[in-house]
Structures are given as C-alpha cells and as structure tokens.
Design a protein around this ligand. Sequence first.
Ligand SMILES: Nc1nc2c(c(=O)[nH]1)N[C@H]1C(S)=C(S)[C@@H](COP(=O)(O)O)O[C@H]1N2
Ligand SMILES: [Mo]
Length: 228
Amino acid sequence: MTMDGEEDSDGITSSGRIRDKLIEAKQDWAREGRLLTGTVADPARDRLPPGQTLVRDWPVLDLGIQPNVPREKFRLDFDGALENRISLSLDDFMALPQAESVSDIHCVTQWSRYDNRWKGVAARTLLDLVRPMPEARHVVFHSHDGYTTNVRLDQFDQPDVLLVHEWEGKPITRQHGGPVRVLMPRLYLWKSAKWVRRIQFTISDRPGFWELRGYHNNGDPWSEERYS
Ligand SMILES: Nc1nc2c(c(=O)[nH]1)N[C@H]1C(S)=C(S)[C@@H](COP(=O)(O)O)O[C@H]1N2
Ligand SMILES: [Mo]
C-alpha cells in the first residue's frame, strides 16, 4: 500500500491514511458477531436482507487510501488460469460491448441502497474474451489501494455482475472506486472491489483482505453470511 503522495509501480498516487481504527473495529464486529439477527430472508419476497437498514445517500467505505487513477494511466489485467491473458487500457475497456443494469447494494456494516443505475461491461463479456481454463475455480480482485477480495468463478459468472464505470449516468467518482470498479450485487459490497487493477483466476481459493479478518468467504446478504 502507498502513502499520501507516493507513486506506486503504475505511477498512481493516492491520498489518505490507512484507517487502522476502523479496520480494528470491523475485526471486533466479526469476532463478536455484531448485527447478526439469525434469520434468513427470501430475495423473491423481501427487498431488505436481514439486519439491514435502508439509506438514501451512498456512503463511502474503504481502508482510507483513495487512489487517483488518471484515465490515461488506467490498466486492467486478467491473469492466472486463463487461455487468453489480457491487459486493457480504458479505451480498450470502453470499446467492449456495454451493459446497463439497476440493482440494490448491501454493505455488511448494515446499510442498503436501492435502485442504483449502473453502466459497464458484463463479467460474461470479459469471460468470453479471457476464457478461463477448465481447472479455474476462483477469482481474486486486486486493487490499487492494496485491497483484495475473493469470489468463486461461478459467482463472478453471473448475468448481473458488471465492471462498472457509470452510476446514475455519471462516471463513477474516485471516492466510489472510479474509473472502474467491480459490482457483484448479490453479495455484500465488500466483494465489489473499487479501483480494480487486476483480476486473477486461480485453481485454489485465496482469501482477501476482509476474508482473512473474520469476514465470510461467501458473503450472501440473504443468509447473513457476514462473518466466518
Ligand atoms: N479497493 C477497495 N475496494 C473496496 C473496499 C476497499 O477498502 N478498497 N472496501 C469494500 C467495502 S467494505 C465496501 S462496503 C464497499 C464500499 O463501496 P463504496 O465506498 O462505493 O460505498 O467497497 C468495497 N470495495
Ligand atoms: Mo463494507
């Protein structure tokens, strides 16, 4: 992770400080099983997953370091167990078929926000391009702030998973992970990596930042998979 003003190996600078207190507090939540209601909700019937509270604004949540990724320096690499490893510039990414969707988002710290309008490239469009090898089972997102998070390949390979660059008709702001972030609306939002730099396809599972700190490997809000 880089500090204020320092450049990483891509020439990207960041501002802010690692929020150690917040990270500790969230680890304590996991240890104590905070916010758990012990119930299961049905996405076909209920709109709000168990233990969630509806918000109208869109809160910002991250480790405290916000990379500034200029559009001309943007790169997105797909590597690991793939037939076709690629590295995209922002122009390459924007030239791919575009998809739009509306979805609700659910953060493990309890807030949910309805009806977010997104534009980006569908995960399935990218999977067609990179062609995972038959033994690939897992995906790790690596971000410019040093954050990582893991999902199963079958969770990434869903029609509503997008790499988004617009929210409500405007470019995703830096605070929310622009120019491009992951969106996996069926999982808690910590699985949706902001400032994504690299998408790695693996044979074995590799827990990410929060998954190593007491958070659930799967992260389904409907069955309250908050903590491991
Ligand atoms: N790169 C990166 N992505 C991240 C995080 C982070 O710290 N760094 N935090 C995660 C968490 S815990 C949440 S709740 C969402 C918050 O996204 P938002 O700030 O756009 O609401 O981003 C997720 N993706
Ligand atoms: Mo979160």
